[in-house]
Design a protein around this ligand. Structure first.
Ligand SMILES: Nc1ncnc2c1ncn2[C@@H]1O[C@H](COP(=O)(O)OP(=O)(O)OP(=O)(O)O)[C@@H](O)[C@H]1O
Ligand SMILES: Nc1ncnc2c1ncn2[C@@H]1O[C@H](COP(=O)(O)OP(=O)(O)OP(=O)(O)O)[C@@H](O)[C@H]1O
Ligand SMILES: [Mg+2]
Ligand SMILES: [Mg+2]
Lengths: 230, 230
């Protein structure tokens, strides 16, 4: 359950200040599948970074699961990010010196409850890479992978812990239509199993997979979409 | 004029060798507008890097403007890249410590004939950034820009010297439909003015802007497209 009220984010100060978010109001219920669309530069990644507890707003309020995120300390936030949220970054953010396999195994190192042992971590990472069609690329490092393959490693890493909240920032921008549809069916499956999915996309076709489409423009919500939350 | 015969590219060796290109035959005439499509991992970026003189094939031959590229030395290749080719990279490759403006000014430093002075370089870079809708972001560094804005800086940088050969590797993957169409109209205008354009894209809609579509699959040309060259 995500509740955002009058959310603001300003970068910089004075004459060169950029108002990336200018008062966002949003409610997303547990288990929803929401697409976020809007022009380049309209604030989508900025919003996702705040929802993913990777950045702080400069105004307004964000409650996640009923908790005001601004009251949480650094350790609580790290806990939430590791245990509750799977984030697919627009620019992938893979560790360049680790193989695809090691990159995907990383989130499992930070789980405190029921931490899997090394063999199990490896087995689950391999399964996650096979699910995105990269079973034969597990030992490649990011610079030995195509753009779309790097994007799929980022997806596998975000999903390997089966997080209850999935934030996917343009997960198919570097993928052909078929690979993009395969990723969508993975997201669908996780959604049917109970995950809440927020997906930024520029593709109107892929947005139709969601139950609800939110459109941003110049840092505000332009349309809040039909659907249970809106 | 691009002539490619039996082009091969193998990464690595032995058991883990990857045959990224397995014998590509292609002819592209001056002034053509060609779209290159194919599944993720099929060899598109590998082919583009060889055509852009950024990488060497491991087999076969590449003639550019009648010259066998494998006979050219390091200086000739650098000359060709700077004077003749504008490359839009799939992962942008912007210099992180330079502003958008300085990034776009960079290619003009390397032109030997008719090198513009500093004021003219700055004026042309500003014009290029305005053409892609970033006139108000010229002093931002890459990490102060959205994903699609970074992509547009990469596009502006590739085009600022008005090169005769434009290689664009998925130039609109991070752009909304409208921004993508604006980029396509820039490519169209340069094409009408005489440029040869090769564009990798995953979007069937954008591919229709080209005169000819080449499809790769597993490192070979699957279809060579209708049109003057093929
Ligand atoms: N340095 C490398 N070492 C080993 N394999 C590599 C290397 N670079 C690329 N590859 C492999 O070569 C193949 C082709 O890569 P390429 O980047 O050309 O694909 P692509 O068609 O551009 O894909 P995408 O649409 O995902 O960008 C891929 O299967 C990739 O894993
Ligand atoms: N560190 C920063 N400093 C200054 N401005 C910034 C910074 N980061 C982002 N911006 C600006 O904030 C605005 C919103 O950026 P954001 O990354 O959220 O856009 P977006 O909707 O994700 O766009 P895209 O579709 O291109 O990825 C942009 O106009 C951008 O220039
Ligand atoms: Mg973004
Ligand atoms: Mg590629």
């Amino acid at each position: 359950l995500i509740e955002v009220a009058a959310l603001e984010k300003v970068y910089g100060a004075g004459k060169s200040a950029v108002q990336a978010l200018r008062g966002i109001d949003l409610t997303i219920r547990r288990g929803e599948f929401v697409a976020i669309m809007g022009p380049s530069g309209s604030g989508k990644s900025t919003l996702m970074n705040i929802l993913g507890c990777l950045d702080q707003p400069t105004g307004g309020r964000y409650r996640l699961d009923g908790e005001d995120v601004s009251t949480l300390d650094v350790y609580d936030l790290a806990d939430i990010r590791n245990a509750k949220i799977g984030f697919v970054f627009q620019s992938f953010n893979l560790l360049p010196r680790l193989s695809a396999l090691k990159n995907v195994m990383l989130p499992m190192l930070y789980t405190w409850e029921n931490k899997p042992n090394a063999d199990e971590r490896e087995a689950r990472a391999i399964a996650a890479l096979e699910a995105v069609g990269l079973g034969d690329r597990v030992d490649h490092r990011p610079n030995e992978l195509s753009g779309g393959q790097q994007q799929r490693v980022a997806i596998a890493r975000a999903l390997v812990n089966r997080p209850p909240l999935i934030l996917a920032d343009e997960p198919t921008g570097n993928l052909d239509t078929q690979s993009g549809e395969e990723i969508m069916s993975i997201l669908h499956r996780l959604h049917t199993e109970g995950a809440t999915v927020l997906m930024v996309t520029h593709s109107p076709d892929l947005a139709t997979h969601a139950e609800r489409i939110i459109r941003l423009r110049d840092g505000v919500v332009q349309t809040n979409g039909a659907g249970p939350g809106g």
